[in-house]
Design a protein around this ligand. Structure first.
Ligand SMILES: [Fe+2]
Ligand SMILES: [Fe+2]
Length: 188
């Protein structure tokens, strides 16, 4: 079951880098780590499916969390995923954005893991790709505002205390990167 879900995600995401299959693997790993640190008892099938299907997209104009929830709702029955859990997978996917309001344990774990993966050195690399690819920014100065926005939105919206703890070092690195970049670009 798990392999089928991961294969489907990998195939759908193609050569996507900033939100590709390795991002999904990191989210799942971070989410499980958070559950361990917070002593959260979660449903492994729901968390795994939500982590691996949360960033799928198609040609539609809708927000990607809505698209991904729809794709998950179409795909999961085809592999006989437990039907009673599909709605919870979709709910977690829908609420994974910084502005999301995750309620279930699995939704909170995915939400925080996904925000953490936008922070630190990984965040700087992913956001650099995202600023250019998703947000069509064309200068490094514009990248700085993207870093600042995600640094603020992702950190401030973390739900779990352990998520904030895990992010401390990443935030320090990000602040330094932003400061250095500002200085270097200011010199030119
Ligand atoms: Fe996403
Ligand atoms: Fe994501």
């Amino acid at each position: 079951m798990k392999q089928k879900i991961e294969n489907f995600a990998e195939e759908k995401l193609g050569n996507e880098v900033a939100a590709g299959i390795d991002h999904l693997r990191r989210d799942f790993k971070i989410a499980k780590k958070l559950a361990e640190l917070e002593n959260i008892d979660y449903d492994e099938e729901i968390l795994h499916a939500a982590c691996f299907l949360h960033d799928l997209f198609d040609e539609s104009e809708e927000e990607h969390n809505i698209v991904a929830a729809r794709i998950a709702g179409e795909f999961l029955p085809s592999i006989d995923f437990p039907s009673e859990k599909i709605e919870q997978v979709q709910e977690a996917i829908k609420e994974h954005l910084p502005s999301g309001k995750p309620k279930s344990k699995e939704a909170i774990l995915l939400h925080d893991a996904d925000l953490i993966d936008f922070l630190g050195a990984t965040g700087i690399v992913r956001l650099s790709i995202g600023a250019w690819d998703w947000m069509e920014k064309s200068s490094l100065k514009e990248f700085i505002s993207v870093f600042e926005k995600f640094r603020k939105d992702c950190y401030e919206n973390l739900v779990l205390d352990k998520s904030k703890e895990l992010s401390e070092k990443k935030i320090k690195f990000m602040d330094l990167a932003i400061k250095e970049l500002n200085e270097e670009l200011g010199e030119i």
